[in-house]
Design a protein around this ligand. Structure first.
Ligand code: ATP
Length: 258
């Protein structure tokens, strides 16, 4: 049996006495987009950092293609990439120079051509010769997305990819990401605080609170289980209560099982 692109089992991370991630298990299939949601500090970035080999787990396992990330990081890096609206690329290099540096790191064949394709796809071709530090936050977010697709990854981690984008560009970016995801059967982990976007983009969702999974399922499963009308309301409930009562499994007031 082939291993799923992403598999996390009983994963824990403590920073001193902060339990950032506490016994988390899930997997992501080829071609699937998993939304990782939760309030600020819930542990989303820490999980992604463990899957990228940037942070070592305290215990448990974080595997990509069946290989433990902590032991096979170098081997796995060519098949994986990451984009965050909050990680700026070196500000004194132009957009093209920045992408060329990464293209060399990833040993991309015909890097100029690949860079042109990506700049065009994310509609920032006209910025190729601009110094990256002079870009607006939305332009930097698109540059980060171009960087993340240079090596044609099989797994992509997207941390709030549309943060800072205006609604028109955000819509175009979502469509482009979906297209690329379908073309290449990418497995993705997607974090966002924009709930309508999560509904549009994610095949399955995990809600985290204080480092643990409190709910998991498709959007419609989560709405039904939490008996809420929108993901936004589910999110607010998780953030305020720290957990969701699984209403469907509780006895109804009349004593019947709901
Ligand atoms: N290097 C670190 N040292 C100490 N504590 C850390 C460190 N990194 C994260 N934490 C703590 O771990 C917890 C989880 O943080 P994490 O960044 O994973 O949350 P998040 O869900 O990504 O939040 P946000 O939505 O704000 O980005 C938080 O309490 C955070 O303060």
């Amino acid at each position: 049996m082939t291993s799923p692109p992403i598999a996390v089992e009983s994963l824990c991370k403590h920073f001193g006495n902060v339990q950032a991630v506490d016994d988390v298990s899930f997997s992501v299939k080829k071609g699937e987009i998993l939304g990782l949601l939760g309030p600020n500090g819930a542990g989303k970035t820490t999980i992604i950092h463990m899957l990228l080999g940037l942070v070592l787990p305290t215990s448990g396992s974080a595997r990509l293609f069946g290989e433990e990330v902590a032991f096979a990081r170098q081997k796995l890096l060519g098949r994986v990439n990451f984009s965050s609206a909050y990680v700026a690329l070196p500000s004194n290099l132009t957009v093209r120079e920045n992408l060329l540096v990464f293209a060399r790191m990833y040993s991309v064949r015909r890097p100029e051509r690949r860079i042109d394709e990506l700049l065009e796809r994310f509609e920032i071709g006209q910025l190729a010769h601009r110094v990256s530090g002079s870009l607006s936050s939305g332009q930097q977010a698109r540059l980060s997305l171009c960087k993340s697709l240079l090596n044609e990854p099989e797994i992509l981690f997207l941390d709030e990819p549309t943060s800072g984008l205006d609604p028109d560009i955000a819509d175009k970016v979502r469509r482009t990401l979906r297209e690329i995801q379908r073309e290449r059967g990418l497995a993705m982990i997607y974090t966002s605080h924009n709930m309508p976007e999560v509904e549009l983009m994610c095949d399955r969702i995990i809600f985290l609170s204080r480092g643990t999974i409190v709910m998991e399922g498709t959007t419609s499963e989560l709405l039904e289980r939490a008996q809420q009308a929108s993901l936004e309301e589910v999110f607010i409930k998780v953030a305020r209560d720290g957990q969701i009562r699984d209403v469907a499994s509780e006895p109804s007031p009349s004593g019947d099982q709901a």
